[in-house]
Write a protein that binds this ligand. Structure first.
Ligand SMILES: Nc1nc2c(c(=O)[nH]1)N[C@H]1C(S)=C(S)[C@@H](COP(=O)(O)O)O[C@H]1N2
Ligand SMILES: [Mo]
Length: 216
């Protein structure tokens, strides 16, 4: 009996010391998943790194996610606090305007949960995502809620690699790649639907729908 209690103690120590425990599944970072429910997935390496300032190194200890702007409750979350929100997963394909794409199993938190916790004021209709490299892009608040858009912390079962936007990349389903903000550090609520992000202010469409041309 004593031995069982001891091993349970040791086990719980191991679990609490770095592995992520979601319900009854203890997920360890291992090899990425390449097939999901019969669907072939791309690899986390099938992306072309062409970010405006190259991959960003975000130190998870100092990391904060700021939620600010037109909200009643501005927030400042640590990485762990963001992961405490309910997790969701879905398979979504990223289409880059340069002609390549990648189909990935994403896991993350709902943007609408995070935004909702900060209580947007009436009239707020636009969400601007800010990133560690100075990049920014915006999307309508309605689009983010209606499509249950997530901010991913894991892809194909592994923690987001640095080049892919660790700690968080927006999974902007049905939008061109430039809407998929990586290294997210800020979520700003605004009432300006015509706000233009980095590529949008350089001529890319503000809607960014993949079924329409991205330029003009
Ligand atoms: N912070 C940040 N996010 C960004 C970018 C960037 O330069 N900085 N580039 C965007 C573009 S144009 C694309 S196509 C996707 C591609 O992701 P990848 O660089 O991981 O391939 O990231 C998007 N998110
Ligand atoms: Mo892109």
């Amino acid at each position: 009996m004593k031995r069982i209690i001891l091993s349970l103690l040791v086990l719980s120590l191991i679990i609490s010391s770095g592995c992520v425990n979601r319900g009854d599944v203890i997920e360890l970072d291992g090899t990425e998943v390449r097939e999901y429910q019969g669907e072939r997935l791309s690899s986390v390496n099938d992306f072309r790194e062409n970010s405006i300032r190259g991959p960003q190194e975000v130190d998870v200890k100092d990391y904060r996610l700021m939620v600010f702007g037109l909200v009643d409750r501005p927030m400042n979350y640590t990485y762990g606090q963001v992961l405490d929100f309910q997790g969701y997963s879905k398979v979504v394909t990223l289409f880059c305007v340069e002609g390549w794409n990648a189909k990935i199993l994403w896991e993350g938190v709902l943007v609408s949960d995070i935004v909702g916790a900060s209580e947007p004021v009436e009239g707020a209709d636009t969400v601007i995502f800010h990133a560690a490299d100075g990049y920014a892009s915006s999307l309508p608040l309605g689009y983010l809620g209606d499509n249950r858009i997530i901010m991913a912390y894991r892809m194909n079962g592994v923690t987001l690699p640095e080049e892919r936007g660790f700690p968080f990349q927006l999974v902007a389903e049905d939008k061109w790649g430039y809407k998929w903000v990586k290294w997210i550090t800020g979520i700003e609520l605004s009432d300006d639907p015509s706000y233009e992000g980095y590529w949008e202010s350089r001529g890319y469409s503000n809607e960014g729908d993949v079924d329409r041309p991205f330029f003009g």
